[in-house]
Design a protein around this ligand. Structure first.
Ligand SMILES: C[S@@+](CC[C@H](N)C(=O)[O-])C[C@H]1O[C@@H](n2cnc3c(N)ncnc32)[C@H](O)[C@@H]1O
Length: 249
């Protein structure tokens, strides 16, 4: 869930059970949960929709982060800035941010009602000729289309990687490496757990610690070049961290 509130009692019970949060993830349960919420910003942001400060603060934080990284994200002349919005929900981030910095945006999202809603959310992006392909599958099933291997300028993963267990996530990020162009970038923006990884049974996901993220980036073959905390979120939410990663070739 994107905007998870801190619920210590629940976390402690889960940790005391001594179960590995990874082993509790069930892809089917996750799809059932996300299919049951409204196909809206409020639905994909766990109740922290446009009536709250969260969506606006999120987009401002991401564009500030990207602006700081401009010189590290140069695209070779003559090549298109192709981006993929992973676990895209209804296409909120593409609609509000990614189209502005990209020539074309692909989206990956396994929940059918969210994919249908993209048609409404992305009318303006499509009219500008910037809407690419939509893959209605999970990250664990995705691999870059043969003609797109080495073509992506940016892979954007936000509030979705907790849906995969550690090993499947490392394998997914390794496939992203083959999708990226030589100077391509992986951005990961996620909630951060304070002490240990925490399983959330609502959407069958894991909230990871900063240390775990850094370990998984190394395992997947990336170098971390920048990281910032998202500012301006309500106090009751987990901290949210942005990571900028470059593949090690
Ligand atoms: C919290 S929402 C975030 C949506 C979007 N990234 C945003 O910030 O607006 C999590 C998204 O991950 C999607 N998701 C669930 N399981 C997934 C999987 N295995 N692979 C890719 N996306 C998944 C959900 O359907 C949902 O759209």
């Amino acid at each position: 869930m994107p905007a998870k509130t801190i619920d210590h009692d629940f976390d402690v019970v889960e940790q005391q059970n001594g179960m590995d949060p990874n082993s509790q993830i069930n892809y089917g349960d996750a799809i059932d949960y996300w299919s049951s919420v409204p196909a809206s910003v409020n639905g994909v942001l766990g109740g922290f929709g446009e009536q709250t400060s969260v969506p606006k603060a999120d987009i401002v934080g991401s564009s500030t982060f990207l602006r700081k990284l401009q010189t590290r994200m140069l695209c070779p002349e003559g090549e298109a800035k192709l981006t993929i919005d992973v676990g895209a929900g209804i296409g909120r981030i593409t609609r509000d941010l990614l189209w502005k910095v990209s020539d074309q945006v692909d989206l990956l999202e396994p929940v059918k009602p969210f994919v249908q809603q993209m048609e409404n959310e992305l009318v303006a992006v499509k009219a500008k000729g910037k809407l690419g392909d939509i893959y209605d599958i999970g990250m664990q099933e995705w691999q870059p289309a043969p003609e797109k291997v080495g073509k992506y300028w940016l892979v954007w993963c936000q509030w979705c990687v907790g849906q995969l267990p550690d090993d499947a996530l490392v394998e997914f990020w390794a496939r992203c490496k083959s999708a990226l162009m030589a100077n391509g970038t992986l951005i990961v923006k996620e909630n951060i757990a304070p002490v240990d990884d925490i399983f959330d049974e609502t959407d069958s996901s894991v909230t990871r610690t900063d240390a775990k993220f850094r370990e998984l980036f190394t395992r997947a073959g990336y170098k971390l070049i920048a990281s910032d905390i998202q500012k301006g979120l309500p106090r009751e939410l987990y901290p949210v961290r942005m990571y900028c990663l470059k593949p090690i070739h």
